[in-house]
Every structure is written in C-alpha cells, then in structure tokens.
Design a protein around this ligand. Structure first.
Ligand code: MEV
Length: 433
C-alpha cells in the first residue's frame, strides 16, 4: 500500500477518493468501478434474504484510512449513518499510528452452545452422568455436523452448569450442558445449533430430564479479542491542554465510566459506533456482537467501561479494549452481499482472527477520540460541524448549495433547521441576481 496517495483523504471528492485508493494499491480497477456503481445488493438477493422484502434500506459506506494494526496498514470500511464516526476513527488512527499503532491478541475461536434441561429426577446424578459421558456427547455433536470436523473444527469441550430454582420467579432447577465448538472461519450459529439439536435426545436419556431448548450463546467469552495502544503524552496536546493534562483527564474519563453505569453505557456506545460499523460492512451479525459486548461489560456484576486507560511508568498513555468478537469471514450474508465481498478484498484479511484484530482496534480508536474530545473542547464542536452537512441536505440543498449552506451554518449562531432553510433561501435568491 502506498499511503502517500491517501494524504488529506477527507478533502478529496468521492471520485478522487476512489482513484486514490486504486493508485495506493488498496483496490483493483474492477473494485473502483464497483464502488462507483454503489455496491448495492441485487434485487433478487434482497428478495431471497428475508421474508416479505419490499425495498432496500441503504446506509453510507465509507473508509477510515491510516490504521496501523500489528504492523500492517489498513483502510478500514465502515457502514454508518452517524456523521462523526469515520472522522473520529481516522483522527485516532493518525495519532495512534504515529505512536506505533495498535497491537492485538486474539484468542482461540470457540463458540458456545447450550442445552437447558429441566424436570430432573436427581440433579447431582444427572450432572455426574453427563460428565461421565463427555466424550460420547462430544462425538455425537460432531456427528451432527461432520463437514466442520473434516476441516479441523468441531465440538472440543463440555461443561455442566447447575442453575438452582429461583423462588422469586418460581423457576425450576436447570441443568445446562455447554459445549465449546470450533467453527473455524464461520461465526457458526447454524453449526452450533445443529450440534445442539443433535445431542438433545441423548441428554434426555442420560439424565431422565426434559430438554427445554438448545441454542448458541452470544456470550462468546471463548472468542475474545484485545487491542492495546501506547501513546506518548506529547502526542495528546489539544488547544490549551498540555499532553499530560489530556492523558490524565482521559484516564479520569475511563475511571468515571468504570464506576458509573450511566456513563459506561454511553462510553461503550461510542466504542460500538466503530465496532458495529465495521461488523456491518463485513456482512456479520452486529446484534450478536452488541449483545455479547454489553454482557461482557457487566461480567463482574456491574456494567462497566469495556476499554481501560492508564498511565505507564514513563508517562505514556496506555489503552486496552477486550470484548467477544465472534465474527466470520464466510456464511450468512457475507457471500451474498456485494459490499461484504468488497470489504473482504479491501481489508485483504487472511482469517476471521485478522478481521477481529481490525474490529477491536477500531473500537479502541473510537473510544480514544470520543474521550479526548469530551475531556477537552467537548464533542459538540466536531459533531455539529459534521451535522451541518446533514442539515443542509435535510432542508433540500443540492450540488454546490450543500457546501455553501454547510460553511455558512458552521459560522451561524444557531445551527438548526430554521437557520439552514434561511441560508438556503438566501443562497438561491442571490444566485438569481
Ligand atoms: C456518540 O455517538 C458517542 C459518544 O457519546 C461516546 C462517548 O460519550 O464516549 C461521543
């Protein structure tokens, strides 16, 4: 990748951006053409994807260039409606890239499947029975999906959890049999669910209980991704705030989100702004990632910040983000949606683990930018600047008018729809004279 073509990327027109990506060697000529045409989902694919399909709901698909992750440069694709997200990711990538980039640790990828049993004549005996037949149950699960086993994956571990009756909701005792399953490059919901259904009869027979259900758990704590970064304080200076001030305030912002769930939700929402946008661009199930992330944020019983920020002995700022990231590079709509296929070529990743590394780094970047803005000038300045463009389009500005209204709105005392309407009317009137 020749990144010299990507300098001042945000200032280029859409066509110039596409050309720059091609010149930088990030995309092929054929992909440049596909981008110009819009990467849209063919009607037939849309029709077959969901029940009662009527139309296609589109989102902008953009890129945040300049991500240095584990020594490799990425131009990161993001599908997102919120104006400031890509700008924030790009700004963070620049600072963190100058400090050596992101470093990631990606765990082995194991998905979790659950079977809940109830009406057990003897809980302790049932647990013993399941554990004594562990190997046979795993084998049965693997027989339900032989192709994943052939490729080196499959059910690898089994555990039993006893959930005693809860009188406050009048629930029965549950015995939960949990399998850890390697689904390789797939997110694997179908593989896991097929395996769970493959073992239910055997579990009923072994335990004398009744199966209530068998399903994948989105609390994918056997599929964790971690990104870290280390930023010298002098790179953090902002306006009247020294680098050391910004570092200390940013650490306090994390501490606030660690102790206060009200703040933690918004803090994590900012992280998910980046994560969801890449997950969506990659064709993966962003609801699964959202659900798992927020559950992980509450893993010690209180909902807390997913990312942590601290000070190194030499005064550098240290950032770290860990969350479950059970994404796939095959399966679901990934093979069907042209934008998801394009994302694969753009990121040029070799595995689902590499895709996880990109996604978790974007999450940390997003958090860095949000906190840095919040503890210095506040986010409204940047947000409203970008919001001005949406307002201009909302009131009907077209072509050159969009830039004209945007520029004038940024200087206006009240940035709102009424002002945008007045500015557009004035621009149109002066154009007539
Ligand atoms: C807005 O979409 C996200 C932020 O609220 C995140 C945060 O507060 O950390 C800016």
């Amino acid at each position: 990748m020749d990144t010299s073509y990507l300098k001042q990327f945000y200032k280029k027109t859409r066509n110039e951006k596409i050309q720059a990506l091609q010149q930088a060697g990030v995309i092929s000529a054929a992909d440049a053409q596909m981008l110009k045409e819009g990467l849209s989902l063919p009607d037939e694919a849309a029709e077959n994807m969901i029940e009662n399909q009527l139309a296609k709901y589109e989102l902008p698909y953009g890129v945040a260039p300049g991500f240095l992750i584990d020594g490799k440069e990425y131009v990161v694709p993001m599908a997102m409606e919120e104006p400031s997200v890509i700008a924030a990711a790009s700004a963070a990538a620049k600072v963190i890239g100058a400090a050596g980039g992101f470093h990631t640790t990606i765990s082995k990828r194991r998905m979790i499947g659950q079977i809940a049993l109830k009406d057990l004549p003897d809980l302790a005996a049932a647990e013993k029975m399941v554990l004594a037949n562990k190997a046979a149950i795993l084998q049965l699960a693997n027989r339900a999906h032989p192709s994943i086993v052939k490729r080196g994956g499959g059910a690898k571990a089994l555990e039993v959890r006893l959930l005693p009756a809860d009188a406050t909701i009048d629930s029965p005792d549950f015995l939960v049999v949990q399998l850890q399953i390697e689904t390789l490059e797939a997110m694997g919901a179908n593989i896991v669910n097929t395996m769970m259904e493959g073992i239910r009869d055997e579990l009923e027979e072994l335990t004398g209980g009744t199966v209530l259900m068998g399903i994948l758990s989105n609390y994918a704590i056997e599929c964790l991704a971690t990104a870290t970064c280390r930023i010298p304080a002098h790179l953090l200076k902002r306006g009247q705030f020294s680098g050391a001030d910004v570092r200390d305030r940013l650490i306090e912002a994390f501490q606030f989100a660690y102790v206060d769930p009200y703040r933690a939700v918004t803090h994590n929402k900012g992280i998910m702004n980046g994560i969801d946008a890449v997950v969506l661009a990659s064709g993966n199930d962003w609801r699964a990632i959202e659900a798992g992330a927020h559950a992980y944020a509450a893993k010690d019983g209180q909902y807390r910040s997913l990312a942590t920020w601290s000070k190194a002995d030499n005064g550098d700022l240290l950032g770290e983000l860990t969350l479950p990231l059970p994404v796939g590079t095959v399966g679901g709509s990934i093979g069907i949606h042209p934008a998801a296929q394009f994302t694969k070529r753009l990121l040029n990743y070799v595995s689902a683990q590499e895709l996880e590394a990109v996604i978790v780094s974007v999450g940390l970047a997003q958090n860095f930018s949000a906190l840095k803005a919040l503890v210095t000038e506040g986010i409204q300045k940047g947000h409203m600047g970008l919001h001005a463009r949406s307002l201009a389009i909302n009131v009907g500005a077209q072509g050159k008018e969009i830039d004209q209204v945007t520029q004038q709105l940024k200087k206006a005392k009240n940035m709102n729809t009424a002002t945008a309407e007045q500015l557009l009317a004035a621009i149109r009137q002066s154009a007539q004279h």
